[in-house]
Write a protein that binds this ligand. Sequence first.
Ligand SMILES: *Cc1c(COP(=O)(O)O)cnc(C)c1O
Length: 439
Amino acid sequence: MAIPKDSRITLDAEEMPRKWYNLAADMPDLAPPLNPSTREPVKPEDFKPIFCNAIVEQEGSKKRFIDIPEEVRDNLVFLNRPAPLQRAYHLEKILKTPARIYFKREDMSPLGSHKGNTALAQAYYNAEEGIHTLTTETGAGQWGTALAMVSNLFDIDTTVFMVKGSYNQKPLRKTLMHMYGAKVHASPSTVTEFGRKVLSTNPDTSGSLGIAISEACEVAMKDDNTCYSLGSVLNHVMLHQTVIGQETLEQMRIGEIEPDYMIACVGGGSNFAGFTFPMMYEKMKERSKCEIIAVEPEAAPSLTEGEMRYDYGDTGGMTPLLMMYTLGSEFIPKSIHAGGLRYHGMSPLVSAAYDNGMLTAVSYDQLQTFEAGVMFAKAEGIVPAPESCHAVKAAIDKALECKVTGEEKTIVFCLSGHGLVDLYGYDQYMEGTMQSSSI
Ligand SMILES: *Cc1c(COP(=O)(O)O)cnc(C)c1O
């Protein structure tokens, strides 16, 4: 059999996008972040204690296309960009579905996930402005890993506050971050005032992303040459990730693939935004009828069960108030394996798009998502990250619907990362000791 031409669609390095797409340009009603003390829209200065100027500017930008700096583009190549768009033939066969299933391979980054796309851009801009240290939070560890590594390219030190539950559950992530040169603290930690405050009232807490963000911001605020870096949620992060979706559009054009569904998992929303915002732009211009689906865990269902309102991005109330779908900044989600999806809020841009009916959302229990992940690994050889398993599960469900209706639909999903450093979760699933997230 000849290898079908849509089995793996690749692009050359020169075909990598030259600009990021900014959905904010096409969302005129976007509610601005508010200063928590005045409740007035934040001024750029309000962000300056924690972010460098270029990032502050991008955060508020309404410009539709923003140039990707040459140095960032060059380095994206080392993260294996452009990433292939691949067809899941074996999975289709196992499912006996008439649907065609494609997936975008963010797992091919040496850093294991899509997170390097924004880490690179953020480290670059901070280095340009003379910042010597970046602080950040990490849940499952992918973000901390990505920032720790790319910071080295720009001579920046990294301090990571890792949610304690994950820190204890995923010791190898810590090893990886150490190898890349980062300092790693289990959060809540004793090195910040906020961490000590949380520990004094709740010494046994497994922590949360909200707490870790407060700690990282506190350290950044106390030193002029230290900035904070966030791996999801904010507009500039969504922006940097749009290389994913732009490449995918080009690959679908080459492969003559017209998607009926584009699917991605959502934690803070960045791989979803990166993968689907360029398609939303196509839809606004009525060039596609593709349905866009966000998939979240039942344990942290901000879109499907949260409220659209102003809320803090962190637990300590240090960040501006963001208009977003939220479960409340005090919310401490259950300790699920998809640590990257354990966040109380959702990107304001993704939230606004959801409010405008530009996407639909579903949620699944972790037992369902790991089942899908094992099926995918068996079929394609690639072990999806526990987060990505949510997208895999939704794609399988759509393919099974097609089996019932006989429709030959086209499903394209984002495989946001691989799960080779998260085999412990798979081990529990295989041994039958994993708990449902509804317990
Ligand atoms: C961090 C992470 C996520 C969740 O974050 P988003 O900002 O919603 O993309 C999903 N998948 C992987 C592999 C991750 O590392």
